[in-house]
Design a protein around this ligand. Sequence first.
Ligand SMILES: [Zn+2]
Length: 476
Amino acid sequence: MSLLTGLLITSTVWAQEDFWLHDGPILLKNITIIDGLGHDAKPMRDVLIEDGKIARVSVTTMMPTLPKGTRVIEGRGLTVLPGLMDTHTHLMDIDYTRSTKTGDELAAMDGGDLFGNAFNYAFPSDNLDSMQRYLNADLYSGVTTVLEVGGNMNVSVLLRDEIEAGKRIGPTIHTSGAFVNAMHTTQSGTDDLAKPETIAEIDEMFTSREAHGINHMKIYAGVTAWEARHIAHVAHNRGFKIIADLWGSNLSRDFMEISDIDAYAHGGMLTMTPDDAAWMAANDKFATLTLLIFDNQRGLRAYEDYEKRSFLKNPLVVDVYGKKAVEEYYDAYLSLQEQWNDGDQAMYARELWGDKTGNLESNMQNLRVMHEAGVVLGIGTDAAYPPGSWPGEALHHELELTVQAGIKPVQAIRMATYNNAWYIGVENEVGSIESGKVADLLIVEGNPAENISDTRNIVHVIKGGKLVNRDALKYR
Ligand SMILES: [Zn+2]
């Protein structure tokens, strides 16, 4: 682990008052509630927010005298739900304008590098100004908590602490620190990739995370099930959870059973049987399937959308990145279309990913099987990996795909709120609308219990009981 030395702190300090429209008691009056616990929506409720918390929830007009200075939000036609949570993110510097790399330079790169070089984004980053855009995009879309599963611990902890201290605006950040991958190599690790080779080095990975108040770790496809078993054993003794991304082998019961890891970070190419799903449920295992990744693989949110350029009409994207970045995003991916499927350097080579159209359908099927078996499923987006996982907006798309897969909207919302909070370990603090919980809330026009896309019609975001100034989060 490197220290903070060399980290360029170029943050623009905003005036605190720019963050918030209101910092005092708030009453949501005569509003519909989706509680995040999976219950049906309840109309005609009043919600009082005071001192950062949900102070009281009652049937409309039953509220006692309001505290002095309460701002009343008339809730007719609106729905309030818990702030959305994303349990699969990577905090990145996202510029997203097209890079200056030439076509020849790009052609010489393999798939992974192409992703990173088609346009400007960097992972990890030390440019905190650019990273602020990521945080803005999340909050603008009502994403109030993220779990970063693989990142630069020092940067993420710095952002986390500045947000917590009120110096910076953004979602509450939880991080797992660097990815853990490919042991038994002579290559050394980096800030975003840990390669422990001895038991002492594995212990040190946990100790350094503990020192920063971290209790999550992410393992990657290069770790074997038996290595993972040792890591998970240490993790559980020290109060950590282990989430894995094994690429095509995600959702493998064998790996999970041998290793005793806690969660999968993606779906993959395997088929979940009812028996495997029942085993996962009985053993409190968790997964985020990231269905939108399978849309992204097919280019549906990149070159396939070139003519329509839907993101230019999508306020959750264009408002926070600006028109120019969105246009360059499409141009970059149109130019990479030929490298998409075929050839040695394909981003999504058929040999690796098989039938990409089928991957979405099979993971929707996996989702149904796991949900029916009672597996605690979360929602994650893999933001900000391009193309198509726009921080903030991607979570709304994942909710839509989850409902398309056959999950009831209030259950899909539960996955993105209470279930995610449960995995992170903060379900007693956030993730549902109940008195005593932290007031991280999303207020939308319409009713997402009837039409899930209504989560996009954002009227207000409340973070820690304060009304967010969403205009201040727009691209300027
Ligand atoms: Zn990821």
